[in-house]
Each structure stands twice: as C-alpha cells, then as structure tokens.
Design a protein around this ligand. Sequence first.
Ligand SMILES: [Mg+2]
Ligand SMILES: [Zn+2]
Length: 189
Amino acid sequence: MNGRPAVLLDRDGTLTEPRHYPSSPAELVLQPGIGAPLRGLRELGVALVVVTNQSGLARGLFTPQDLDAMHRHLRSRLRALGVRLDGIYHCPHHPDGTVPELAVRCRCRKPGPGLLLRAAEDLHLDLARSWMVGDFASDVGAGRRAGCRTALVGPAAAEPDPDSPAPDLRAPTTARALELIAGAFGGTP
Ligand SMILES: [Mg+2]
Ligand SMILES: [Zn+2]
C-alpha cells in the first residue's frame, strides 16, 4: 500500500481525560505525558487522527458549533505541545437521539469502522499499518473492522473481557500505549 500509517485516537478518555458528555472546551483536558510520544510519532511520518463518537449531538446536549469550539481548543492545546492533528472525525448519530435527522443507525458510530474508513480515504492512510487507540471495547472493535492494529488503554485495559474483541496491546495510560506504538514503528520507545 502507498498510504501513510496513522495512529487513530479516540477522544474522550483516551486523548483527553474521561468526562461525561463534555460540551465545552474547558472540559477537554489532555491526558498527561502524551506530547512527547505524539511528537515522536509525527517525526516517524505517522499521521495523527481523532475518531470520536459524539452522540451528544443526536441527544441535543450540545450543538455542532459547540463541538467546533471544543475541537479548536483541542487543536490549540496540542499545538502548544508541538503536535498537529491531521484530522478530527466524529459520529453525530445515535438511534435513540432526540434530534430527528441524527437519530439514525449509521456506519460511523464505533464499533462501526466508518470514521476510520473515511479518514483513510481523505488522508490516504494505510490502515493495515495503522493503530486504533481507545479506552472502550467499541474502539477496539472499530479498529479491527477497519483492519488496524488496536490498543486498549485506561481502566478497561486492566480487566480482560472475554466478550469483547482482544486488543493487540494493553496499556494503563495513553502515553504508555503511544510509546509502545512508536517503538513498533521503529522509533525509540
Ligand atoms: Mg473513549
Ligand atoms: Zn454515525
């Protein structure tokens, strides 16, 4: 394949600290220690892409304008660490939503692979050489369906669940997972 490898990152609980339906920029707080491994991955030519379920849009908890403000904030916090994102892809849907046009079954809500496939097409990514990093089994499921390797981080990584697809890598923190993935790409872990 000719595409670039990528690390596809879940947002809430992976790139940022876990919050229940964050709806304002101040609620997006980056996880500790991720600046150096993210810069290292970029130096290795790895694209960095956020893929996030935002069913709060379908539930009417915040607006697309609120989400834009949150993502401008996220990009600026990362820029302060010397990290540029190649893209942010979100699923606004949920079958039980209250906003009629978003209350649908879709292919982009993780564990569906739609966000990853869209990112791969837009950004010319080689998914077979890419990793999906997330804190939920749905992130692992989406990554596997898209043909990526997968890393599970945070509390769920400590409790293997026989009913969920097994990740290729488990790590207690996002920073540690990114260091291990950079090592797998040939960088210094
Ligand atoms: Mg998450
Ligand atoms: Zn969707």
